[in-house]
Write a protein that binds this ligand. Sequence first.
Ligand SMILES: [Zn+2]
Length: 217
Amino acid sequence: MFLGHFGVGFGAKKAAPEVSLGALFMAAQFADLLWPTLLLLGLEQVEVQPGATLVTPLNFVSYPYSHSLLALVVWGALFGIVYHVSTRSRTLAGVTLGLLVLSHWFLDVLMHRPDLPLTPSGAARLGLGLWNSMALTLAGELLLFCAGLVIYARATAARDRVGSIGLWSLAAFLLVVYLASIFGPPPPGALAVAWAAQAMWLLVAWGYWIDRHRVTA
Ligand SMILES: [Zn+2]
């Protein structure tokens, strides 16, 4: 899942208005932000295998530290605690971020084949496989994305032109990148996948930038 994670990040602004959109994105996408670094370090593996599913050509061979349920429970707790302590935020802000980190696993479970581990070392793997249906994949991704975007746009107001242009150009950019990734050619290899995924950090920065130009409505 791609757009859906950004959708829940956007939507969480309603629950914790004091938390920047950048931090909400970082939490919702923490698993996918960690993943490319673990790939590059050789700790996790992915293969490009056209036809693996109808929608994505990626075969997630192994990703126990970024994508197992237990790992995300631990990452979520750490993320929430570090944020809460370092920013002296309300407890609710830390809890919201922790739950966002955990939400990644449940949203991925909808899309993936049964390749998502429950624990880093166990054999159990889950996945409902919506990626085998283009219609259900698009419906799931777009529904979450649009709902979250509307919630964020209503919960905040642009302080200046950057606040509105920045937000809507980000939304358009995410849509274009997503559609290009599912309808475009498969990536040339695992290394290309890992480096391209690192670019997700720019979207976190984009979130921080927009949020500074918007106020809570
Ligand atoms: Zn993921």
